[in-house]
Design a protein around this ligand. Structure first.
Ligand code: SF4
Length: 360
């Protein structure tokens, strides 16, 4: 199918709810952008982002939208690749044409005075015009009450995401709250998460956590356990230095650390082990998972993207390019890793040094 010409992309004055931004993967899937998926990863969930000229009121250190940076020319704003802006009418038309390839739509708010009302409009249209299940990635600084959460459910959402992002209260304050003069508060995020569990139910609330904001492995694993114990589902992201963000010069987390946290998340989420079974070194590093993880290593699910499910219960939100540029190290595999991928993962877990070269 010949994609529509890019001159049809609206300018930076286009705003929600008439317009939304799409992830690059979503734009490729809908034929609104030219290009191919790296290794033919297929997107299962259409990720839409509300968009405003004056951007987001958040000041998060790791985000390209922080400090009111709005949509730049070409939609260059957010997560390591462009998020093009399109009219919602066009997106919904293309989503209907995409048919069974899509299994869910996620509508992400930003911290903007109009975002709650606009999210309801966008979600309602997605539900009514595509029939797809809808997730709401909410902004707890705006969506604080049970009645607001009920309104989101009535507007079409069957799942809610809360992007806590930082693993500890101190890191949250440093990266999102008082440390940067930002509006977000740790306690409010956890309070809204509990309220969302009451409205949407256990297993219907997911929590995003970013590895690489300065936490130890132990701190991250303990937060994953806390999320699980509340009845929510933890999803992992790897920090990426967004151009224009305060942390644009910071490196991504070492991949071996990310792999260990992925294994721990997988075990905890599946009930195969808990934090209490694991052993940590003095620096917080996981030194023993408490169970034999070799079978998990060769099965590979632990290293796949985890996200909201489709109606079949399988992960739909596989977020190609969600943690990296196309062609880079895949922190989260958006497809089932193949044997050579798993061999690479095993080597990464050994610290990138092959057994034969390892100093003994
Ligand atoms: S609230 Fe979300 S969109 Fe806004 S600056 Fe923080 S991370 Fe970015």
């Amino acid at each position: 199918m010949q994609p529509e010409r890019e001159e049809m992309t609206p300018g930076p004055r286009a705003e929600s709810p008439e317009h939304v931004q799409l992830s690059l993967a979503a734009a490729l899937t809908l034929g609104l952008k030219r290009g191919r998926f790296h290794r033919d990863a297929r997107l299962g969930c259409l990720n839409l982002l509300l968009t405003y000229r004056d951007g987001c009121a958040g000041r998060c250190t790791y985000c390209g939208l922080a400090g009111g940076r709005g949509v730049g020319e070409g939609g260059r704003t957010f997560i390591r690749v462009g998020w093009p802006t399109h009219p919602l009418d066009r997106v919904l038309l293309r989503a209907r044409r995409a048919g069974a390839r899509l299994r869910r739509v996620c509508v992400s708010m930003v911290t903007h005075a109009r975002a709650f009302e606009d999210a309801k409009v966008v979600m309602g249209r997605v539900r009514d015009e595509t029939g797809l299940p809808v997730s709401a990635l909410i902004a707890p600084t705006l969506v604080r009450t049970v009645w607001q959460l009920r309104e989101l459910r009535e507007s079409g959402a069957d799942c809610v995401g809360v992007a806590v992002d930082a693993a500890t209260e101190a890191l949250f304050a440093r990266h999102r709250g008082a440390g940067v003069g930002g509006p977000h508060r740790w306690d409010r995020y956890w309070d809204v998460m509990r309220k969302a569990l009451g409205v949407f139910g256990s297993g219907k609330v997911s929590v995003h956590l970013i590895v690489g904001l300065g936490e130890t492995e132990r701190e991250m694993v303990e937060t994953i356990q806390r999320v699980k114990d509340l009845g929510a589902v933890p999803h992992l992201f790897a920090f990426f230095p967004e151009a224009g963000s305060l942390l644009e010069g910071r490196p991504q987390p070492p991949v071996d650390r990310y792999r260990r946290v992925q294994l721990a998340r997988h075990l905890i989420a599946a009930g195969g082990a808990s934090t209490g079974d694991m052993t940590f070194g003095e620096d917080g590093r996981i030194v023993d998972f408490g169970v034999d993880v070799a079978p998990l290593l060769w099965e590979g699910d632990a290293f796949r993207t985890s996200g909201c499910p489709g109606r079949d219960g399988e992960t739909s939100c596989n977020r190609p390019y969600g943690n990296e540029r196309p062609g880079g190290t895949l922190y989260n595999y958006p497809f089932a890793p193949e044997a050579e991928d798993l061999e690479a993962v095993a080597q990464e877990l050994r610290g990138g040094v092959c057994e034969a070269c390892r100093p003994c």
